[in-house]
Design a protein around this ligand. Structure first.
Ligand code: SF4
Ligand code: SF4
Length: 271
């Protein structure tokens, strides 16, 4: 009888997900507007499930009273870096040292975005004039572009990072496939503009006139003429969303056949 009770207790213990199984995640706020964090929060119940089952938020000045950057599995970095601000430069370097995976979340962290237009000269720090995307200062592993980035994409990357670090072999393979295009995007560079569509899609004979780029642009800088995108460069804020969303840009054929499996895995994880 006693053995039975002990066995049952052991089963219950095994079924509960111990905290040690979670990955540790931090939100590092550089020169951003907190909109990327709002996007993460816009996963509503999905975010609570992630925090409940898969990830401990160990750092994030907006949400947690932790003053110094701790060691963590995943750093979600928002915002670009002002190189005249020594503390910001130190912080981003420290983030790279402390985090196993650095994710640039949003157009500012990936490409500079609106901070590409800063010229300094404003009170009370007129010397703050040069802002760089995170990848110009440290190695970034994964990009999530967009201004604001899509909540589901941030959520998916968090779930996939968990599967990569804590999952079984199959789950790790799936996570690798999912994350590879976003890692390739990080390797591609730190500059983005609506002209990417011209140089790398239209001029390469790849554009099929689907209109995804225009739908993705947050400032409606893209119109379609004769079935092809036309970018109003005066309006473009250099967020990189259009190129990232274009199905002819970094389309990855390894991921496409896995799409259903990936979505099933994410749905199952969030139940
Ligand atoms: S998203 Fe890509 S393929 Fe579609 S219209 Fe824009 S440039 Fe062309
Ligand atoms: S054209 Fe629009 S989506 Fe593309 S980089 Fe410019 S602002 Fe972003």
């Amino acid at each position: 009888m006693k053995a039975d009770v002990e066995k049952k207790a052991e089963t219950i213990k095994k079924e509960e997900k111990p905290v040690a199984d979670k990955i540790t995640v931090g939100h590092v706020h550089m020169s951003g507007c907190t909109g990327c964090l709002v996007s993460l929060a816009d996963n509503y119940g999905g975010l609570l499930t992630i925090l409940d089952k898969y990830a401990d938020l160990v750092y994030g000045l907006t949400l947690a009273d932790v003053r110094h950057i701790p060691k963590m599995d995943v750093a979600l970095v928002e915002g670009s870096v002002c190189i005249q601000d020594k503390i910001s430069v130190q912080e981003i370097k420290e983030t790279r040292e402390k985090a196993a995976i650095v994710v640039a979340v949003g157009g500012c962290a990936c490409y500079g975005n609106i901070t590409r237009f800063t010229r300094g000269g404003q009170q009370n720090q007129p010397q703050h004039e040069s802002y760089l995307p995170v990848g110009d200062l440290i190695k970034v592993d994964v990009y999530i572009p967009g201004c604001a980035p899509c909540p589901q994409l941030i959520r998916n990357v968090c779930v996939m990072a968990y599967l990569l670090l804590k999952g079984n072999k199959d789950q790790q393979e799936l996570a690798k496939k999912y994350l590879t295009p976003l890692m390739q995007l990080a390797e591609r560079g730190t500059e983005a503009c609506g002209c990417d569509l011209m140089y790398d899609v239209v001029n390469q004979g790849l554009c099929m006139g689907c209109g995804s780029c225009a739908a993705a642009c947050p400032v409606r800088a893209i119109t379609h003429e004769y079935g092809k995108p036309n970018v109003n460069r005066e309006m473009c804020i250099k967020c990189g969303a259009c190129y990232a969303q274009c199905p002819r840009s970094f389309f990855n054929f390894d991921v496409v056949p896995e799409f259903e499996g990936i979505m099933d895995a994410i749905d199952a994880a969030l139940k």
